[in-house]
Design a protein. Structure first.
Length: 179
């Protein structure tokens, strides 16, 4: 795993072979962060990384100056890897929640300026996740929400849909909550 840009840019971490997550490719991550950089000033942003997996998105957000990142990951293997990388970076602005992301979406009461979700593509009910996030308390006026998905999904009919981006086989749907 490579952090692309920012204060931790070019740092590499060896992902354990027993991790079951499907990490966002460096190519797709670099391109979606180019889009994100044009939509929101991440510096001092309060961010949420749902289904955090290896934490690649969380660490990219921290590297680019996010004030705080909450990473939600229920897998113990992935959680230990995220903690290990956070220790190595010495970054205190990451909060790891070892819980089910779907439960977190339903029960959360705080909101974030930026929310990223990368659920397993084969997760039961995958297609309902964007609506769950959009209807939750996680977003406030001005928030940006991005979900990574396969080409099998089209979320363009949902409220506050902004645009779709595809990088190879990786697709992103972007939502912007109006101010």
């Amino acid at each position: 795993m490579r952090i692309i840009r920012g204060k931790y840019g070019r740092r590499r971490f060896t992902v354990p072979t027993n991790i079951t997550a499907r990490p966002t490719t460096d190519f797709a991550r670099e391109n979606i962060f180019n889009v994100i950089d044009n939509l929101i000033d991440l510096e001092d942003a309060k961010c949420l990384d749902l289904f955090a997996g290896t934490g690649a998105i969380s660490f990219e957000l921290l590297s680019r100056g996010a004030a705080s990142v909450t990473a939600v990951e229920k897998s113990p293997v992935q959680g230990r890897f995220i903690e290990k990388v956070a220790r190595e970076l010495g970054d205190k602005n990451l909060r790891l929640l070892r819980t089910d992301a779907l439960r977190y979406i339903r029960e959360a009461t705080g909101s974030f300026g930026f929310v990223f979700a990368d659920p397993p593509y084969d997760l039961d009910g995958f297609g309902e996740i964007p609506s769950m996030v959009l209807e939750s308390q996680l977003l406030h006026p001005g928030s940006i929400f991005i979900i990574e998905h396969s080409k099998a999904f089209d979320f363009s009919s949902l409220p506050n849909f902004y645009q779709h981006r595809a990088y190879g086989s990786v697709n992103f749907s972007i939502f912007i909550i109006p101010e």
